[in-house]
Structures are given as C-alpha cells and as structure tokens.
Design a protein around this ligand. Structure first.
Ligand SMILES: Nc1ncnc2c1ncn2[C@@H]1O[C@H](COP(=O)(O)OP(=O)(O)OP(=O)(O)O)[C@@H](O)[C@H]1O
Ligand SMILES: [Mg+2]
Length: 222
C-alpha cells in the first residue's frame, strides 16, 4: 500500500494525531497495529491512553517518538507535534525532537535508567545532547526537576511516586503529557482526558471524568 501522509492544519493542540494507521506484517491476527487513530493532546494537559495488551498503545507512542520498527509501517495519517509534522520525518528530525520537544518516560525504572550513572547525570545528559545550557546551568535545572516536593511524596508505591512526581513536574513546567499506565489504580485520578483503545482502534475518548466514571466501551465489550 502506498504511504499517504497528509499535512495537518496547525492548531493550538500540543499534539495532534489524525487518522493514524500502521500495518502489521502479513499473517498476523489483524491487518493493522493501529487503525484510523485520531486524538489531540491540549497544551498543559494530561492524556491517558488505556486498553488491553496489544491494543496499540505502544505503537501509537512509538510513532510519535519516531521509534516505530520498520516492520510496522505507517500507511496513512498525520501527526503534528508543536507545529511540526512528524510522521515520515527523517531520522535526523526525529532525533532533534526526541528528548527536547517530546520524551518518553518508561514506567519500569530498570529499563529506563542505567545503574552506572546517577539520575542527575542521566537528566543532564539529555540537555547536553541537545546543546542546552552550560554544565552548571544543566545541573541547576536537573536539581530543580528532581528535588522532591511535598506533593511528590504522597504515593506509597515506587510507580506511584514516579507518576505523582511526573505530574508535579508537569504542572510546574506546564508540560503536555501523554500517559500510558500499566498500573491502573495508581494513576486513576491523574488525567484530563482519556483515550480507550481496543484491537488497534479507539473505542472511546473524552474527558477523564466522563470516560472513567461511565466507561461505555468497556461495559459494551464486557
Ligand atoms: N515489534 C513488533 N513486531 C511485530 N508486531 C508488533 C511489534 N510491536 C507491536 N506489535 C503488534 O502491534 C499491535 C499493537 O501492539 P502494542 O505493542 O502497541 O500494544 P500495547 O497496547 O502497547 O500492548 P501492551 O499493553 O501489552 O504493552 C499488536 O498486535 C502487537 O502484536
Ligand atoms: Mg505497550
């Protein structure tokens, strides 16, 4: 199938995903890893993507990060991130955006952080890779981001601590966050809007209160 990548009108959303379809290799249980996925992440807000295993959450996130494996090609759709169209962008452009405009935070710290470097070094390394600031200013910014605040200590579980810390930093920095929790209970209250995926498609989306309190799609499929 020919790749069809459309330009997206630049709007005010931090992230806009329109009609994203990515194919699975032939012979798999279904034809598409994700099919006609559309959603927006408003500036300064938190969007949660939930869904069963293999529903397409990681493929969606990896497409945005420019990290999709070649065996899952994007065949149509468009992604606009802060005014830049990123689907089909060359690797150099994706690399410029990764870690500066968009970052991925893995929930499992063992796969996200290396024990060979301090956390502070790992934070400043990203800034250094993008040529941001001086050694001293990078250290100051890392300290500012990592210093625990009263709010960041309210969770009793390690993943809860990271989630709450991330949302605390998000508020202080007015970041837009797309969140794919594995640990359902911990993050129930942290989201402005929610996207529910099933078998590569969005089956429900809307405000967090609406979707989580009266989950039509989840009830339907039960
Ligand atoms: N590297 C890959 N090679 C082949 N198929 C893949 C690959 N990564 C994902 N898929 C397929 O793409 C589809 C979507 O998978 P995805 O990993 O996005 O699901 P997910 O919602 O993140 O699931 P989980 O909750 O288990 O992480 C699935 O059918 C999966 O088998
Ligand atoms: Mg996944």
């Amino acid at each position: 199938m020919a790749t069809k990548i459309e330009a997206v009108a630049i709007n005010d959303a931090a992230l806009s995903v329109r009609g994203l379809t990515a194919d699975l290799p032939k012979g798999m249980a279904r034809a598409h890893a994700v099919e006609n996925v559309s959603f927006e992440l408003e500036r300064g807000q938190i969007l949660r993507i939930i869904g069963e295993s293999r529903s397409g959450k990681s493929v969606t996130a990896n497409t945005i990060m420019g990290l999709l494996p070649k065996i899952i090609p994007v065949t149509s759709g468009a992604i606009n991130l802060g005014g830049t169209t990123i689907v089909g962008a060359p690797e150099k452009k994706s690399r410029q955006l990764r870690g500066r405009v968009v970052s991925m935070i893995f929930q499992d710290p063992l796969s996200a952080l290396t024990p060979l470097m301090t956390v502070g070094e790992q934070v400043t390394e990203v800034m250094a890779a993008h040529g941001v600031g001086t050694k001293a200013s990078r250290r100051d910014r890392a300290l500012e981001l990592l210093c625990p605040t009263r709010n960041s200590c309210i969770s009793s579980t390690p993943s809860g601590f990271r989630v709450v810390s991330a949302s605390d930093i998000q508020r202080r920095k007015d970041m837009s966050v797309m969140f794919i929790p594995h640990d359902f209970g911990v993050v129930a209250e942290i989201a402005d809007s929610v996207v529910v995926m099933d078998k590569g498609r969005i089956v429900e989306q809307g405000g967090a209160d609406q979707v989580l309190k009266s989950p039509a799609a989840l009830t339907r499929s039960a």
